[in-house]
Design a binder for this molecule. Structure first.
Ligand code: C2E
Ligand code: CA
Ligand code: CA
Ligand code: CA
Length: 279
């Protein structure tokens, strides 16, 4: 208000104020969100490119708050990490995802897998692996049907934490997936160091594969490298038939994206069928 004569100054000040206010509002609302049952886990199907069948789904968290409306995970997950409530939120997601998996498999008589995203802070929680083990037993799910999607952020929190947590999870038999591959600087060396089972190529490369030679080259190289390391390759963010058939030609194993479906609530995922590939 003091700087009313200087337009640029006040413009930025107001804009910053807006950002700070929104952030504070999110913080405030987020604190009780779990207790108020404002979270819901959505699911997005993954398809096997060779058989055309659904292999499983990724769990993606949604938050609906009466005051703020729908807030995306890209916005609220970092806040949840910052205010120290990502651990209970992460537990909620895992429990929901496992109980959904059980119902889903019963309904279809299929061996689906479920993928859950992990925050770096969940790795610092020394009790995490035993919580996972307990949850698998409670949900009656075999470990190999659970995948954790891990980004480089997880791997950068410190070698000892990471090694301990990853080796515990690996011993349990759950699958580890390198998420957002291609966007970081050191994903390659991490792939060599740790026991990943799956490599998930970032959407930013998939969206350009039909038009940009560089993106296609990178995806081609990533697939070859992953296969030589015995990893299965998932393409995320597949939106068109052209991308899908190119990925199939390149030998990509699994695809996920709006072309098949947006993430959806459990009851819709339960009914989801896909038959476009085999047509
Ligand atoms: P991510 O793990 O890379 O998830 C992929 C994001 O791409 C999701 O956004 C998904 O809805 C979106 N997506 C999928 N297919 C397409 C497509 O064809 N086109 C486009 N344009 N987008 C597509 P979403 O659900 O908003 O999640 C954003 C990020 O939030 C995730 O990125 C993940 O890092 C984080 N996140 C979501 N749920 C959780 C969770 O339960 N725990 C943690 N720690 N992070 C989560
Ligand atoms: Ca993911
Ligand atoms: Ca991604
Ligand atoms: Ca991401």
């Amino acid at each position: 208000a003091k700087a009313s004569g200087r337009n640029t100054y006040s413009f930025f000040t107001y804009k910053m104020n807006d950002m700070i206010l929104r952030r504070l509002e999110i913080e405030g609302q987020l604190r009780g969100a779990l207790e108020r049952h404002e979270f819901e886990v959505y699911y997005q199907p993954k398809l096997d490119l060779k058989t055309g069948s659904v292999t499983g789904a990724e769990a993606l968290l949604r938050w609906h708050n009466p005051a703020l409306g729908q807030v995306g995970p890209d916005e609220f997950i970092p806040v949840a990490e910052h205010i120290g409530i990502i651990i209970p939120i992460g537990k909620y997601v895992l429990e929901q995802a496992l109980s959904f998996l059980l119902e889903w498999r019963k309904a279809h008589q299929q061996q689906y897998a479920i993928a859950v995203n992990l925050s770096p802070l969940q790795f610092r929680d020394r009790a995490f692996a035993s919580f996972v083990e307990e949850s698998l037993v409670n949900a009656n799910v075999r470990p190999e049907c659970l995948e954790f999607e891990i980004t480089e952020g997880v791997l950068m929190i410190g070698k000892s934490y990471v090694e301990e947590a990853l080796s515990k999870l690996h011993k349990l038999g759950v699958k580890l997936s390198m998420d957002d591959f291609g966007t970081g600087y050191s994903s390659l060396s991490y792939l060599r160091q740790y026991a990943f089972d799956l490599l998930k190529i970032d959407r930013s490369f998939i969206s350009g594969i039909c038009e940009k030679k560089e993106d296609r080259d990178l995806v081609t190289a990533a697939i070859a490298m992953a296969h030589s390391l015995d990893l299965r390759v998932i393409a995320e963010g597949v939106e068109t038939q052209e991308q899908l058939s190119l990925l199939a030609d390149l030998g990509c194993d699994i695809a996920q994206g709006y072309y098949f479906s947006k993430p959806m609530p459990a009851n819709e995922m339960m009914k989801f069928r896909y038959d476009k590939i085999s047509e």
